[in-house]
Design a protein around this ligand. Structure first.
Ligand code: PEP
Ligand code: MN
Length: 329
C-alpha cells in the first residue's frame, strides 16, 4: 500500500500515526519534485483505507490489487450460529478425539466436554493417515455417531472432509467442514467444499507459505463458503523433537496484520500432550480466536494420536483459568 503525503506534511507525525495503527512502514520515497510517499508492508490490510486517509498530511492511499480480495474482506470474528462466536475477546474451544472410534466413545467424550463448557466437537470420520496400514477412520457410520453425540449435548460438529466423494455426506452431518493439512492445495476439493456453503476450518499445509494458505481460503470463498477460519497446525521443521514446528509468527500476522480469524491446533503441532496447554496459551496470546485440541478419556486405547490426547479434565486450565481471567467458550 502506498500513502502519498500532502506538500508540507509532517513526515514523522504521519509515520507515528501509521505505526500507531499497527501498520508497517517499510520505506519513505521522495520524487525529484520533493513529494513524499510512505510505503506500507505487504499485508497491511487490517486498517480501513478511509482511516488512513483521515490522518493529517495524508493525500491519497493506493492499494495494489490483492490476489485474495474476499479473504481481505473477512472480519476477524466468526459467528458459527447459536451463540458460538469465535473472537479474540472470548476465544472458542474446539475439542474431541482424533478419530471417532465408536458411538459409545464419542457420546461419552462429548458429554464430558459439554460439561466443561465446550460447544464445538471435533472428531475425524475419514482419517488422512501417512501409512495406508494405519487406522483410516470409521467413515460414514462415524459421521452419524458424531452428529448424534453433538446433538445430545448441544454442540456443533467440526469434521474433516477428506475427499470430494464424501462431500455430500460430510456436509450433511457437519456444521463446520475441516480441510486437512494434506488437502490445503487440493483445489477441486476446495471448490467442492466452498460450494457446500458451510463454514470451513482451513488447516495450513505443513509446507505452505502464508500467501498460499490465504489463496486456498480465497478458493473456498470464491466457491461460495460463507466463512473461513484459518487453522495453524505446525509446519515441517528440521527438528523432530516435536511433531511439527508451530508457527506462531504466522498466527500473529494473520490476527494482527491481516485481521483474519485464526485458530491453533497445538495437538498436531507438537504431538505431545505435555506441550498442548502451554502452546494453546501462547496461541491465544498471539491473537488466535480459538484452539483445536485432541481429547480422549482413554488415550492409551485411542485408535490414533493417543500420545497427544488430553483428558477432558485437562481443558479446565483453559476453560476455567485459576488466575481469575475469563476462560474460553
Ligand atoms: C486432524 O485434525 O484430524 C488432522 C488430521 O490434522 P492435520 O490435517 O492438521 O494433520
Ligand atoms: Mn490427530
Amino acid at each position: 500500500m502506498i500513502v502519498s503525503l500532502r506538500r508540507g506534511a509532517e513526515l514523522d507525525a504521519v509515520k507515528r500515526e501509521l505505526t500507531g495503527l499497527g501498520l508497517w512502514v517499510t520505506s519513505v520515497e521522495r520524487t525529484r519534485e520533493g513529494d513524499a510517499f510512505v510505503v506500507l508492508g505487504k499485508g497491511s490490510t487490517a486498517v480501513p483505507v478511509d482511516r488512513i486517509e483521515r490522518i493529517a498530511g495524508v493525500g491519497a492511499v493506493s492499494q495494489p490489487g490483492s490476489p485474495h480480495p474476499r479473504v481481505d474482506a473477512l472480519g476477524s470474528d466468526v459467528d458459527l450460529g447459536d451463540g458460538a462466536v469465535l473472537t479474540r475477546a472470548r476465544p472458542g474451544m474446539i475439542a474431541g478425539p482424533c478419530s471417532v472410534e465408536s458411538e459409545e466413545t464419542i457420546h461419552r467424550i462429548a458429554r464430558k466436554l459439554a460439561a466443561r463448557g465446550v460447544r464445538l466437537l471435533r472428531g475425524g470420520a475419514f482419517k488422512p493417515r501417512t501409512s495406508p496400514y494405519s487406522f483410516q477412520g470409521k467413515g460414514r457410520d462415524a459421521l452419524a455417531w458424531l452428529r448424534s453425540a453433538a446433538d445430545a449435548n448441544g454442540m456443533k460438529v467440526v469434521t474433516e472432509v477428506l475427499s470430494e466423494l464424501d462431500l455430500g455426506a460430510v456436509a450433511e452431518h457437519a456444521d463446520v467442514l475441516q480441510i486437512g493439512s494434506r488437502n490445503m492445495q487440493n483445489y477441486a476439493l476446495l471448490k467442492g467444499a466452498g460450494a457446500a456453503k458451510k463454514p470451513v476450518l482451513l488447516k495450513r499445509s505443513m509446507a505452505a507459505t502464508v500467501e498460499e494458505w490465504l489463496l486456498a481460503g480465497e478458493y473456498l470463498l470464491a466457491a461460495g463458503a460463507p466463512k473461513v477460519v484459518f487453522c495453524e497446525r505446525g509446519i515441517r521443521g528440521f527438528d523432530d523433537t516435536t511433531r511439527n514446528l508451530l508457527d506462531l509468527g504466522a498466527v500473529a500476522l494473520l490476527a494482527h496484520v491481516h485481521g483474519l480469524p485464526v485458530v491453533v491446533d497445538p495437538s498436531h503441532a507438537t504431538g505431545r500432550r505435555d506441550l498442548v496447554i502451554p502452546l494453546a496459551k501462547a496461541a491465544l496470546a498471539a491473537g488466535a480466536v480459538g484452539v483445536m485440541i485432541e481429547v480422549h478419556d482413554d488415550p492409551s486405547c485411542a485408535e490414533s494420536d493417543g500420545a497427544q490426547a488430553l483428558d477432558p479434565s485437562e481443558l479446565d486450565a483453559l476453560m476455567v483459568p485459576s488466575d481469575g481471567k475469563r476462560g474460553m467458550s
